[in-house]
Design a protein around this ligand. Structure first.
Ligand code: NAD
Ligand code: IPM
Ligand code: MN
Length: 359
């Protein structure tokens, strides 16, 4: 008899601000219902804590996360009371940068035709991924302000692109394409690199050269290039040709909100911040949504699908599949929040999925 028992996975949970505090409890409930062998430890990092005692991340916070946990599940960070957004930068961008979670993987999947704002688009037509560089670009915040507040003010925001950073994200995209199938089981075939190399020639040149080089090592994978502006137009005209898209930090941020629109809105979009072999962090694509926070209105499905993505990453694929199937059924039966056409509140929608998962 096989004596080996899979070890319990340790998950750090950081709900954060606004609707993060409402959707994450639903995701935890659903994961528990799935029977996944996990242990959650919650952390109160976020705006409330920052406003109370000035702490954003404790001094050894990122080391502790990497050492003591198998994965991190985060909600959202951003609060109108913290005008500088300093806590969000230190917690969210802190995890991405300091834990070197260089691949921001954002799947784009349409669960039901009714959720897509485009005419005649079926679930099989929207099944692509954006792989966003997550540790460089303009997000490094390199630069500065000179003569602030005067008529001669200069603001410089540098776009940092390193050979190492560009190469590893492009490699990640090709390797992802090679190892994953679409939801219908057909192979992924194409990596599209999206940039703005017609205007941003220095960074664009590096991305173009590396893309060509790494693409050459994967002759069985089709390569394609689009400028980011044209890609946005194509995404709303006809998303069917997209497969794996790789791009820089800022373009990846922008196009994944657009892509969330194809899935039914920000309440449906999941993401993972990954460094292969290290503790990675999973969070819905949406933010803290201050206007609806605290009202039990937020759609918890993005957070629940994110938790499923995390379980899949940890090898708990059966539990992940059960959760995904239950969310799909909820969408089909309109057991959803109002943003995607249902009448349920956040907690009721989470409850419905949890019950389905445990049945
Ligand atoms: P947002 O994603 O919070 O909201 C954009 C729109 O989508 C709003 O209309 C909101 O009501 C709606 N929405 C978002 N999530 C929803 C959900 N689960 N269910 C139903 N509707 C939902 O983006 P924003 O308004 O630009 O930003 C608000 C705050 O969140 C800011 O402080 C921003 O910096 C922060 N933010 C954080 C993250 C993150 O932590 N990963 C991501 C994006 C924005
Ligand atoms: C996201 C968010 C963040 C980003 C913000 C909150 C800094 O929009 O995760 O998409 O731009 O990466
Ligand atoms: Mn964003």
């Amino acid at each position: 008899m096989d004596q080996q028992k899979p070890s319990k996975k340790r998950i750090a949970v950081i709900p954060g601000d606004g609707i993060g505090q409402e959707v994450i409890p639903q995701a935890l409930k659903v994961v528990r219902a799935s029977g996944a062998d996990v242990a959650f430890s919650e952390f109160d990092w976020g705006a409330d804590r920052y406003l109370r005692d000035g702490m954003t991340v404790p001094p050894d916070g990122f080391t502790m996360l990497g050492r003591d946990f198998d994965a991190i599940l985060a909600g959202a960070f951003g609060d109108p009371r913290v005008k500088t957004n300093i806590h969000a930068k230190e917690i969210l961008l802190g995890m991405r940068f300091k834990m070197d979670l260089y691949a921001n993987v954002r799947p784009v999947r349409l669960l039901d035709a009714a959720l897509c704002p485009l005419k005649g688009i079926e679930p099989r037509d929207v099944d692509f991924l954006v792989i966003r560089e997550n540790t460089e670009g303009v997000y490094t915040n390199a630069g500065g302000v000179f003569k602030q507040g005067t008529a001669d003010e200069i603001a410089i925001q540098e776009d940092i692109n390193t050979r190492k950073g560009v190469e590893r994200i492009i490699r990640y995209a090709f390797e992802y394409c090679e190892c994953h199938t679409k939801l219908d089981g057909s192979p992924r075939r194409r990596v599209l690199m999206c940039d703005k190399s017609n205007a941003m020639t220095h960074a664009g040149g590096l991305w173009q050269r590396v893309f060509k080089e790494v693409g050459g090592e994967h002759p069985q994978i089709e390569t394609q290039h689009m400028y980011v502006d044209a890609l946005c137009m194509q995404m709303v005209r006809d998303p069917r040709p997209f497969d794996v898209i790789v791009t820089n930090n800022m373009f990846g941020d922008i196009i994944t909100d657009l892509a969330a629109g194809l899935q039914g809105g920000l309440g449906m979009a999941a993401s993972g911040n990954i460094h292969p072999g290290r503790t990675s962090m999973f969070e819905p694509v949406h933010g803290s949504a201050p206007p609806i926070a605290g009202k039990n209105l937020a759609n918890p499905f993005g957070a629940i699908l994110t938790a499923a993505m995390m379980l899949g990453h940890l090898g708990l694929t059966r539990e992940a599949a059960k959760i995904e199937a239950a969310v799909l059924e909820a969408v089909r039966q309109k057991k959803t929040t109002q943003d995607i056409g249902g009448t349920l509140a956040t907690r009721e929608a989470g409850e419905w999925v949890a019950e389905r998962v445990s049945s």
